[in-house]
Design a protein around this ligand. Structure first.
Ligand code: ATP
Ligand code: MG
Length: 618
């Protein structure tokens, strides 16, 4: 499959994993020590009982001996319990700690990445990284380490007993096929790694489907697309399943192979061991003991195999995660970034041509304009004409070409992103609200969110901002006022209310530059007029960009530009543009008609439409 990401080879990602786990070595040391002591404790109990039985048989047992034995067994049992507790805390606990630390690193990395990253990546995919991939690493860090250590220690111990206490030649002979097994495991390991990567990729796709279906449930239902979606989901689900089956196939080969090795070993043991017994090199008892030791080695071998398997999966996940960690924030502070202490608010755009991707047509073409401090720029244009693009270049949601967009004479690409965003209060076109209270949503900026509800300055600011956004009245009517919870945990606001919460949020920020991206599209013309009226003084104090597809909102702007397919086709003040009789004028007339229709009766409507038709025909 071509989409398997090979950015990090298996070896590299294994090394990386080793480095991550290695950082926690003191904890692991305590863990495996306790684990070993626990094993020793388990081995001593049969030994104590054996001794006891021997004494019993020989009839030299006194009452104190019984008490002593009972005490020893109890001590061993308590020791086992304590060491088991300790190793579980130190091995499994460390695994959780590693998972937590990695998740935290991933999350802060997510926070640092630019908007363009989120345009490229899907939510479900990112969620899959934050869950499944971290799980795979945790499995290795916990069970993997435990099984690996246990199997190694037990395996080496058993082998040593076999070689030293019985016969080293027989031991060697019984394990002749071992290198073959190791080789096969090595080959399978690569497959497990690749297939697990595919499984995780399929899981990402599956998560995407689920996420989109849940978020888009209303649209899907409205268009009665449930069956089509079920089919599409079934395809993703089947792909995930298929990949998993193929992974399981690669994984499942190992354990039967261990069984086979055990069989071959027994065969060698009987043939060669029998010979050794006949020659008198080993006793019959040793021969019997050897065969049972051989069986005892099955667990260490499977245990090791499992650990290797987990390591392959974890390395696949690690290389997926590393691909994310390698994403460099496109927009970041550079050593020579400037962070002005105060802003005038002069905006200037010179010969700006911008494409989202090299193969796409320009979203903006040869845009040049100048906004002096305190002025208001109105931007109007049909849908897709590039209005939001212009706003997102100003805030550097995307990087404009160098030396095209300037704030106070400094190219925005040279501005410190943090300082730039501090300077701009932005109301994006699609207002996003968090699942918290309305108050917290408005007081979102500059850490004011976490302040106590009774912190009076914040309270005042929230109130003032929401009054300006013409929102206060509606909020007061809600059962819990500003403390009303939104989203999953509470009520859902209407489109127009959401937009106004978003406006209030930006107003509270009180930044020297205000950008309103079509933020009144969902309110009726009257509310729009009221909001604009209260906003006028605010906009007087600062440089503002007012984007709207409605001409009526822009009448007071100092400069209005009309965008068409990324180009400025008209510019001037409201009156000039009306007089020009071009695109602006026709938009104006159309929207006047709409406004009339909104309020008119049947007969009035017909007259208005007829008048408009006549006007356009002219
Ligand atoms: P609307 O009034 O509908 O909000 P707009 O004027 O804000 O429209 P933009 O969002 O700026 O329009 O889009 C301008 C063009 O750029 C459109 O053709 C759009 O398809 C394209 N575009 C917008 N965002 C992206 C993106 N992230 N990647 C690629 N193309 C994009
Ligand atoms: Mg837009």
């Amino acid at each position: 499959m071509s989409d398997v990401d090979r950015s990090l080879s298996m070896r590299e990602s294994l090394l990386q994993l080793a480095a991550i786990l290695g950082k926690y070595w003191p904890r692991y040391l305590v863990g495996v020590l306790a684990l070993s002591l626990c094993n020793v404790g388990q081995l001593t109990i049969p030994w104590i009982i054996g001794q006891f039985i021997d004494s019993l048989r020989q009839g030299r047992l006194a009452a104190p001996d019984i008490a002593r034995t009972a005490g020893l067994v109890l001590a061993a049992a308590v020791g086992i319990a304590i060491f088991r507790f300790v190793w579980r805390i130190f091995v499994f606990g460390t695994a959780r700690r590693i998972e937590r630390d990695l998740r935290e690193r991933l999350f802060s990395h997510f926070q640092s990445l630019s908007a363009s990253f989120y345009h490229r990546k899907k939510v479900g995919d990112l969620m899959a990284h934050a869950t499944n991939d971290l799980n795979a690493i945790r499995a290795l860090a916990g069970e993997g380490v435990m099984a690996g250590w246990d199997a190694t220690a037990l395996g080496i111990g058993t082998l040593a007993v076999m070689a030293i206490a019985i016969d080293w030649r027989l031991t060697l002979a019984a394990f002749l096929p071992l290198p073959l097994l190791a080789f096969i495991q090595f080959r399978l390991g690569g497959q497990v790694h690749d297939r697990y990567k595919r499984v995780q990729a399929a899981f990402s796709a599956l998560s995407d489907r689920v996420q989109e279906n849940v978020s888009g449930a209303r649209v899907i239902k409205a268009f009665a697309q449930e069956d089509a979606e079920k089919k599409r989901f079934a395809v993703s689900n089947e792909a995930y399943y298929g990949n998993f089956v193929s992974l399981t196939r690669a994984q499942s080969l190992f354990e039967p192979l261990v069984g086979l090795l055990d069989g071959v070993g027994t065969l060698v043991c009987i043939a060669y061991g029998g010979l050794l017994v006949l020659q008198g090199d080993i006793t019959l008892g040793q021969f019997v003991a050897f065969t049972s030791y051989l069986h005892m080695l099955v667990w260490p071998m499977t245990g090791l195999g499992r650990t290797i398997n987990m390591a392959q999966r974890a390395s696949a996940s690690m290389s997926r995660l590393q691909a994310l960690f390698d994403e460099v924030p496109e927009i970041r502070a550079l050593p020579d970034s400037v962070a002005p202490a105060s802003w005038q608010g002069a905006l200037s755009i010179r010969n700006l041509t911008f494409r989202y991707a090299p193969h796409l047509p320009p979203a903006l073409e040869d845009v040049t304009l100048e906004v002096r401090p305190g002025e208001t720029l109105g931007i109007v244009g049909r849908t897709g004409s590039g209005k939001s693009t212009l706003a997102s270049l100003l805030t550097r949601a995307f990087n404009p070409p160098d030396e095209t967009v300037f704030l106070d004479g400094i190219c925005v690409n040279r501005l410190d992103p943090g300082a730039l965003r501090q300077a701009i209060g932005m109301v994006p076109q699609d207002a996003f609200l968090f699942s918290t209270s309305i108050r917290e949503n408005i007081a979102f900026v500059s850490g004011k969110r976490d302040m106590e509800p009774d912190s009076s300055t914040v309270e005042d600011a929230v109130l003032r901002a929401s009054r300006m956004a013409q929102l206060d009245g509606e909020i007061q009517e809600l059962p819990h006022g500003y403390e009303t919870m939104l989203g999953e945990r509470g009520i859902t606001l209407s489109g127009g209310q959401r937009q106004r919460v978003s406006i209030a949020r930006a107003l509270l920020k009180d930044a020297p530059i205000l950008v309103l991206d079509d933020c009144l599209s969902a309110v009726d013309t009257r509310t729009e007029a009221r909001i604009l009226e209260t906003l006028l003084p605010v906009m007087h104090d600062r440089t503002s960009l007012l984007i709207s597809h409605r001409v009526s909102a822009l009448q007071h702007a100092d400069l209005i530009i009309v965008l068409e397919r990324g180009r400025i086709v008209e510019r001037g003040k409201h009156a000039d543009l009306l007089a020009l009789g071009g695109e602006y004028r026709s938009l104006w007339e159309l929207q006047q008609l709409e406004a009339t229709l909104e309020e008119a009766t049947g007969a009035e409507r017909e007259i208005a439409v007829a008048a408009w038709e006549e006007g356009t025909a002219r």
